[in-house]
Design a protein around this ligand. Structure first.
Ligand code: AGP
Length: 591
């Protein structure tokens, strides 16, 4: 949710800012802007739309600057609402939400100050200007104390033209010290380069960058020593490698992501300590958002079947405000690709504060979630650029399944490692089979609504299939428990309504087929994703994808693949951009 970047050093700032912003566009692409200081002269460019529209800013002279790519919260994605926001001597970029902006704005308006945007962020520039008395860090500390909500802030002041002041509350911010200057960004890959030392700002910390130095300060204002992160530049530089979209390329990496994740889990260095915790775990809470929440739902099936302990899976934004019952020996598993999702972090913090042991399942090694957790289990899916999560979901499942097996062993129950180990090869087969869904797209292109049906683990996969379709093709769709349809939703089925049934459990197949009959009888066009060949030729079925069998419990790791492919092909055929769906961002750092 919004990406920020900054630089102060010996090089020209503008090219560094623009390059950093390009790498941060996954965080928002509604509008973008940069501000560069050349001595005391401030040059600013803001544009609606993507960072590409800022290319003329390359010409800005000056070696100190800040930049921003926006995902709109307050105010439309216009040039006026784009960051940086300028007031008096101040220019700032902000990632987060200021919840008390109304009261603060009224205070500024009462002083006769004028606002040019509808954003919550502009008020911060006004406060800073008001508090500025020759020391930008002091002004930032006073300003931060007035703000309610979340923020990562980078601030320039024309009177201290070599410096950038930073503050963090909830939203991520990292600083990189290199031989040629000091860099800052919302995430590491936006600035990382060989030989750079990287530091992460923690909750309520401040920093002052300039003259080749980075100074960090705690909440109490005292300077603190920071330990650098042991970060090595990622080898998998995100490129499309011949694919038209990142999403399709990332899907092709599912088998490798699964295999790499399994390897990491097998070599997990803290396994004995984790086993000790698992031995005593009596309750399991899984918190996550979106796709990661769906992986939690799929994993619940495995945890309960294998380890027989009660599992609660809750959307993190609900958990954090629900006063959940956290008993002794509750294990909380927070699942997040980015490790920066604000609601997931807040839910995890809440559970940790209440005495639960926190296990993080994340794809980003130095994410805030990873730094918070007692145990960090990495999904080795590699960088995921497309906003729609694909390979990270499959990797999350595999990791959670492995954890379910560990828990089962800790509880003295048998395990089924062999089935899990064959998943990379089976995922390869599922990928090839999934190409079959391309032929389904004409039936979906102008559908009023689409239904994904299943029972048990198939229902969890249905939810994810539906989210993918909504997210990137903008078609209304619902994932539904097959048996629940007749209690209301069946009323929505019309002649030609596309229904995708997921059928991987022979135990439940005939039951799900009842729902298929009910929709078929009312004119639905039914498409099937199954590992049971005997259902492919049923007369109700327009077309089917036959998947390899990996057992009922683990089936979503494969059955989701044709659903991801369906969403992708429908999105492309409808002329949407599957990598950058409207209104969304990859990393949701606001609540
Ligand atoms: C997935 O396709 C979505 N873009 C979204 O639901 C995502 O899974 C959710 O925002 C959670 O993100 P996280 O895994 O980084 O926490």
């Amino acid at each position: 949710m919004c990406g920020i970047v900054g630089y102060t050093g010996r090089r020209q700032a503008a090219p560094i800012l623009l390059e950093g912003l390009k790498k941060l566009e996954y965080r928002g692409y509604d509008s973008a802007g940069v501000a560069v200081l050349d001595g005391n002269a401030l040059q600013v460019m803001k544009r609606a739309g993507s960072v590409e529209n800022l290319s003329a800013a390359q010409a800005f002279a000056g070696s100190v600057g800040i930049g921003h790519t926006r995902w709109a919260t307050h105010g439309a994605p216009t040039k006026e609402n784009a960051h940086p926001h300028i007031f008096g001597r101040i220019a700032l970029v902000h990632n987060g939400i200021i919840e008390n902006m109304k009261a603060l704005k009224e205070e500024c308006l009462a002083r006769g100050e004028k606002f040019v945007s509808e954003t919550d962020s502009e008020v911060i520039a006004h406060l800073l200007e008001g508090y500025y008395e020759g020391d930008i860090l002091a002004a930032l500390k006073k300003t931060a104390a007035r703000l309610t909500g979340s923020f990562a802030l980078a601030v320039l002041c024309t009177e201290e033209p070599r410096k950038i002041a930073l503050a963090r509350r909830s939203s991520p911010l990292v600083v990189g010290r290199a031989e040629d200057g000091i860099y800052l960004a919302s995430d590491i890959p936006a600035i990382a380069a060989k030989g750079m030392t990287i530091y992460a700002l923690e909750e309520k910390e401040f920093a002052l960058l300039g003259e080749g130095e980075a100074h960090f300060y705690g909440e109490d204002g005292r300077e603190i020593e920071k330990k650098p992160l042991e970060y090595s530049i990622e080898e998998d530089v995100p490129e499309k490698r011949g694919f038209r979209h990142f999403m399709r390329k990332e899907m092709s990496e599912i088998p490798q992501s699964i295999a790499n994740t399994q390897q990491i889990m097998h070599a997990y260095p803290q396994i004995s300590a984790l086993r000790e915790v698992l031995c005593h775990a009596e309750y399991l809470h899984i918190v996550a958002c979106g796709t990661a929440y769906h992986s939690g739902l799929c994993a619940k099936v495995a945890f309960e079947a294998l380890a027989r302990i009660p599992v609660e899976v809750t959307v993190a934004s609900e958990y954090r405000y629900r006063d959940p019952i956290i008993r002794k020996n509750t294990l909380i598993v927070a699942v997040s690709q980015s490790g920066e999702t604000a609601d997931t972090l807040a839910a995890a913090e809440l559970a940790k504060r209440s005495g639960a042991t926190l296990v993080a399942v994340t794809n980003v090694r130095y994410s805030s979630l990873a730094r918070l957790a007692d145990f960090v289990l990495f999904t080795a899916a590699g960088r995921e650029i497309a906003v729609a999560a694909t390979k990270s979901f499959n990797a999350q499942l595999v990791l959670l399944y492995a954890l379910a097996e560990e828990l089962a062993r800790a509880k003295g129950r048998g395990a089924c490692g062999a089935e899990l180990l064959s998943l990379p090869a089976l995922a390869e087969e599922a990928l090839s089979a999934s190409e079959g869904v391309r032929a389904w797209t004409p039936h979906f292109l102008s559908a009023k609504s689409v239904f994904f049906l299943g029972r048990g683990a198939d229902y969890c996969a249905a939810l994810e299939g539906s989210l993918k379709l909504k997210e990137i093709s903008y078609l209304p769709s619902e994932g539904y428990p097959a048996g629940e349809l007749k209690h209301g939703t069946l009323a929505l089925i019309e002649e030609g309504t596309p229904v995708v049934a997921i059928l991987t459990s022979s135990r439940l197949a005939e039951k799900t087929m009842n729902a298929v009959h009910e929709t078929y009888a009312r004119g639905a066009k039914v498409f099937l994703v199954t590992s049971l060949p005997e259902y492919c030729k049923r007369r109700e079925i327009v077309s089917s994808v036959l998947l390899p069998d990996c057992g009922e419990i683990f089936s979503p790791a494969l059955s989701v693949i044709p659903l991801q492919a369906l969403a992708y092909y429908v999105s492309v055929a409808r002329g949407c951009d599957p990598d950058k769906p409207r209104n969304l961002a990859k990393s949701v750092t606001v609540e």
